[in-house]
Write a protein that binds this ligand. Structure first.
Ligand SMILES: NC(=O)C1=CN([C@@H]2O[C@H](COP(=O)(O)OP(=O)(O)OC[C@H]3O[C@@H](n4cnc5c(N)ncnc54)[C@H](O)[C@@H]3O)[C@@H](O)[C@H]2O)C=CC1
Ligand SMILES: CC(=O)C(=O)O
Ligand SMILES: [Mg+2]
Length: 372
């Protein structure tokens, strides 16, 4: 199969969808991999490293898209990339469609087969291609939040761990999944006082057991959210309803109850955000103030630590990439129900019901598509 790896073009996105090691795996199996010049440079991989691994490095981005059957990316396609997609092509990348109606309609119109990393499932109820980046984003959320608490960023001027004689900051994490647990671990390690809110008692039980009282676990209700808003110096939004738009858990009116200069880090922004006042930002201008509260809402946080993130992402995607290349999308998805859950769009039809519900678009199931 001919496989294309374009350079990522989203603002301050430095990851790449395949390492030279991944290229070598594909080439060894007889596939042809076309990598756009400088696609890996932000992650520390030179064009020569890709050539040595057996890739064809192409300066012309149009040729990478035009000459290949499978396109591997990291971030959702930008408008100029959607325009390059063809009906016979398969696109494998993060999509986060429930947050972007225009992109959803664009992919439907393209006629291409679009498989989202973030909706692929595993046998343990997890999301194995979201998890590596959720670990990165969870850990980064505390770094970003700590920076945002500094006066120069509009923050309250609080040092997360405090110092002897001065109390540490209070950090609340809403959603104790992969992002939430990683954020809580970092905040704990830095000496903050950490609380996790979740709707899942089973998840809170796991966290309680794992952290042996070092992290408070609280069932998420209107009442406990109100208390978190009043008491916290930093709140990290880390909820997920897979594939669906994030629920708005903190409204604008609630900001009035927060301490001035407190910080909201909305990691769930890639699914639309879980705070009413969140809007997606980029690493160029990551935060803004609303009613005296600092908002950090970068939708591609792992892009800033591209070397770590590219390696972690491609470790997880490679087995799925190999299956697509060896078998073609139809057989690969037919043989694996968890991989099939990644199918979001095929031949002009939406195949993911939570996205259909978000935008009032009719859907068919992946199983129906495969039966055709
Ligand atoms: N901004 C960025 O750069 C990145 C964002 N993300 C996003 O972070 C979000 C979280 O991802 P993961 O931690 O991997 O998901 P996860 O599925 O591991 O965890 C989500 C948690 O939220 C809980 N939850 C759901 N609804 C809730 C509610 N109403 N109240 C309280 N808790 C609730 C669930 O019980 C679950 O424990 C996703 O939207 C993901 O796409 C992930 C990586 C990078
Ligand atoms: C998960 C995601 O959207 C990211 O890593 O950018
Ligand atoms: Mg996005």
């Amino acid at each position: 199969m001919r496989i294309g790896v374009p350079r990522e073009i989203k603002n301050h996105e430095y990851r790449v969808a395949l390492t030279p090691g991944g290229v070598r795996e594909l080439v060894t199996r007889g596939h042809l991999v076309c990598v756009e010049s400088d696609a890996g440079i932000g992650s520390g991989y030179t064009d020569d490293a890709y050539r040595e691994a057996g890739a064809e490095v192409m300066a012309d981005v149009a040729a990478v898209w035009a000459g290949t059957e499978l396109i591997l990316k990291v971030k959702e396609p930008q408008a100029e990339e959607v325009a390059r997609l063809r009906p016979e092509q398969t696109l494998f990348t993060y999509l986060h469609l429930a947050a972007e109606e225009r992109l959803t309609r664009g992919l439907i119109e393209s006629g291409a087969t679009c498989i989202a990393y973030e909706t692929i499932t595993d046998a343990f109820g997890g999301l194995p291609l979201l998890a590596p980046m959720s670990r990165v984003a969870g850990r980064m959320a505390v770094q970003a939040g700590a920076h945002s608490l500094e006066k120069a960023q509009g923050g309250a001027g609080i040092l997360l761990p405090g110092v002897p004689g001065v109390a540490p900051a209070k950090v609340t994490v809403i959603g104790g999944g992969v992002v939430g647990e990683n954020a809580a671990r970092m905040a704990l390690g830095l000496g903050a006082e950490v609380t996790i809110l979740d709707k899942s008692l089973a998840r809170l039980e796991v966290l309680d057991h794992r952290y042996q009282g070092q992290i408070r676990t609280v069932y998420s209700t209107r009442e406990t959210l109100d208390a978190a808003v009043r008491e916290s110096d930093m709140i990290i939004g880390a909820v997920l309803v897979p594939g669906a738009a994030a629920p708005k858990l903190i409204t604008r009116a609630m900001l009035a109850d927060m301490k001035p200069g407190s910080v909201l880090v909305d990691v769930a922004i890639d699914q639309g955000g879980c705070f009413e006042t969140s809007r997606a930002t980029t690493h160029a201008e990551p935060s803004y103030l609303v009613d005296g509260i600092v908002h950090y809402c970068v939708a591609n946080m792992p892009g800033a630590v591209a070397r770590t993130s590219t390696q972690a992402l491609t470790n997880a995607t490679l087995p799925f990439v190999l299956a697509l290349a060896d078998k073609g999308w139809k057989q690969a998805l037919a043989e694996d129900a968890h991989f099939r859950a990644g199918l979001n769009v095929h031949a002009g039809q939406l195949t993911y019901s939570a996205v259909g519900e978000a935008f009032g678009i009719g859907t068919v199931t992946p199983a129906q598509v495969l039966a055709d």
